[in-house]
Design a protein. Structure first.
Length: 583
């Protein structure tokens, strides 16, 4: 028990301090407990064969098929139409997102909808920051309506099953989840227009202040640089600025190799801090170009693309120079935005963080190459247009609906999900390689490790000891006081570590506390599932919050403005409904 407590404390510290990403941290914790002979390998790694883990993997595949064939961007454009007021847009967004996220994994849903909402907002002269956080929050709220709506609920179901009880049925969380989703949706529609700030996106900031980011100088014909290579002209490794492109007549060179030979009349595009342009312009052989504009970067050879660094990206904690960004991705970084502000430093030496929005100059195929994978949470070409549904759409929608209906009428959830995956891949609606790439390995590792960790917390006796402490402190206040203590603990852990880790730590404790105060353990488990999923206070507590962080140009403190009323709403409803429904 002592060893388990030490390992749990270490997990919390590592995740709070962000020394390691969540996936290796959670996996390392169960490995350490096996090596310390606290748990058997069968106990520690039970999550890898758990129905919850397999169900989440299958839902990623179904979500990818809907993403590829569903024509969601065209449907969104028709849905929003010419809505004029921000509140009207929120109503049209919130209802369908709540419904969709109840049966579709919210991470791929927001990854698909986020860029579409941003693009629609820019085309209609609206601030996307008024809508992107509500999209993320609505996806989170909708996810607690059914058991398959979020990975957290499935993890809790797996932990309940591991304790010897039956796992959650499809509608097990509905008595609490549906009121939470409806009340949360109303709170968002009413308060979001007033509480959320008006932020500009990365592209909008570059376009309106391009001299802070990009400028052009011309190589003087017959001058000292005419005929020199970029390296010989000492235009590499500049301080706080770099050469991003060369315009030579109709030809564009980007990225620029050091061996490229300069020709008189070449227009050189530099990116970085504008206060360094004076030094460059004073160099012999360079003169000012006639004009500067952000649109210059959108030529036939390349486009502007915005990419948001994901929480589990290999870029986190490293600089573009360290990862050889231009060679690895075939793209030049035009600007880095963090918390809605331009990062005022040499771009190659900026240590990247989750949620950073990178404005990239690259070729037209960049989005197709990097939209799938861990490197970027969201990839948004600036000139993206609406794409209509494919001819496979009826089949995909039919399979998804059949999966939901089957699970709702009592077919085991895993059976329904695996059957849907088999139909989608077997009919070649989704290629096997696309299905495999849809799997978020980090999420699956976190889920599997969390289930094993939760079982060890119970078997070691740690959950019983902590439950005894909670019972001693809050038990005199009855079921509501004990439930409040459990929910507040879950809330804190969700915001400082991850929602799945919070569930893994709190479910065993919640089950023991419920027994001690004479309440139904399943009700406490449902409450933990909903509370752990309700991460609204920071951009790092939930993956969908991180996705929209850079996309909307938000600052860290923007989330709690709307998130605090939502959190209090969830907490209040849980304290009223759980004792009433489950006793």
């Amino acid at each position: 028990m002592v060893v388990t407590l030490v390992v749990m404390a270490a997990v919390v510290v590592v995740l709070v301090r962000e020394w390691l990403p969540p996936a290796p941290t959670m996996l390392a914790s169960v490995v350490v407990l096996v090596l310390g002979q606290v748990a058997t390998p069968e106990q520690a790694f039970a999550g890898f064969s758990s129905s919850a883990t397999l169900t989440i993997a299958g839902l990623f595949v179904v979500a990818r098929a809907l993403q590829v064939h569903g024509g969601l961007d065209a449907a969104l454009a028709r849905l929003l139409g010419d809505a004029r007021s921000d509140r009207g847009v929120l109503v049209r967004l919130t209802v369908p997102v709540l419904a969709a996220s109840s049966v579709i994994a919210n991470t791929p849903l927001v990854a698909t909808l986020g860029p579409m909402v941003r693009t629609w907002s820019e085309r209609h002269g609206k601030s996307a920051s008024k809508f992107l956080v509500p999209v993320s929050f609505a996806a989170i709220l909708g996810g607690v309506i059914t058991t398959i709506g979020t990975s957290t609920t499935l993890v809790v179901s797996g932990l309940v099953a591991q304790s010897g009880q039956a796992g959650f049925s499809f509608f097990e969380v509905l008595p609490l989840g549906l009121p939470v989703a409806l009340a949360g949706g109303v709170v968002m529609v009413v308060l979001a227009p007033r509480l959320l700030p008006d932020r500009s996106s990365s592209y909008e900031q570059v376009a309106s202040h391009e001299r802070d980011y990009t400028f052009r100088l011309q190589v003087a014909g017959g001058g000292s640089l005419d005929g020199s290579t970029v390296a010989d002209a000492e235009l590499r490794n500049l301080t706080n600025v770099y050469l991003a492109a060369i315009q030579r007549g109709a030809r564009e060179v980007s990225p620029v190799p050091p061996t490229e030979r300069l020709v008189g009349g070449d227009v050189l595009t530099f990116v970085g801090r504008v206060d360094r342009v004076v030094d460059l312009a004073a160099r012999d052989g360079l003169v000012h170009a006639d004009e500067t504009q952000a649109g210059f970067l959108e030529g036939d050879g390349h486009v502007l693309v915005e990419a948001v660094v994901g929480g589990n990206s290999p870029l986190v904690g490293r600089t573009p120079k360290q990862v050889a960004f231009r060679g690895r991705y075939g793209a030049a970084i035009v600007a880095v935005h963090r918390q809605g502000e331009r990062v005022d430093a040499k771009l190659g030496e900026v240590r990247l963080e989750p949620g950073d929005a990178l404005l990239l100059m690259t070729d037209h195929d960049f989005a197709d190459r990097w939209r799938v994978g861990r490197d970027f949470a969201v990839v948004l070409p600036h000139d993206v247009g609406a794409v209509g549904p494919s001819r496979r759409r009826p089949l995909v929608v039919g399979v998804a609906v059949a999966m939901v209906v089957a699970a709702a009428v009592g077919v085991p959830i895993l059976t329904a999900v695996l059957a849907a995956c088999l139909l989608l891949v077997g009919s070649r609606t989704l290629r096997f390689w696309d299905a495999r790439s849809a799997l978020d390995v980090d999420v699956l590792l976190i889920v599997a490790s969390a289930i094993g960790l939760g079982g060890i917390v119970t078997s070691s006796g740690l959950s019983g000891e902590i439950a005894g402490v909670i019972d001693g402190v809050a038990g005199s206040g009855g079921v509501v006081a004990a439930l409040a203590a459990v929910l507040l603990g879950t809330l804190v852990l969700t915001e400082v570590v991850t929602n799945v880790a919070a569930a893994a730590l709190m479910v065993p404790i919640a089950l023991d506390v419920a027994v001690r105060v004479g309440s139904e353990p399943r009700g406490f488990a449902v409450a933990v599932a909903v509370m752990a999923s309700s991460s609204f206070l920071t951009p790092i507590g939930y993956q969908t919050n991180t996705m929209v962080y850079g996309l909307g140009g938000y600052r860290f403190g923007d989330y709690w403005r709307l998130g605090l009323p939502l959190t209090l709403t969830v907490l209040a409803l849980a304290l009223v409904l759980v004792p009433t429904v489950w006793g």
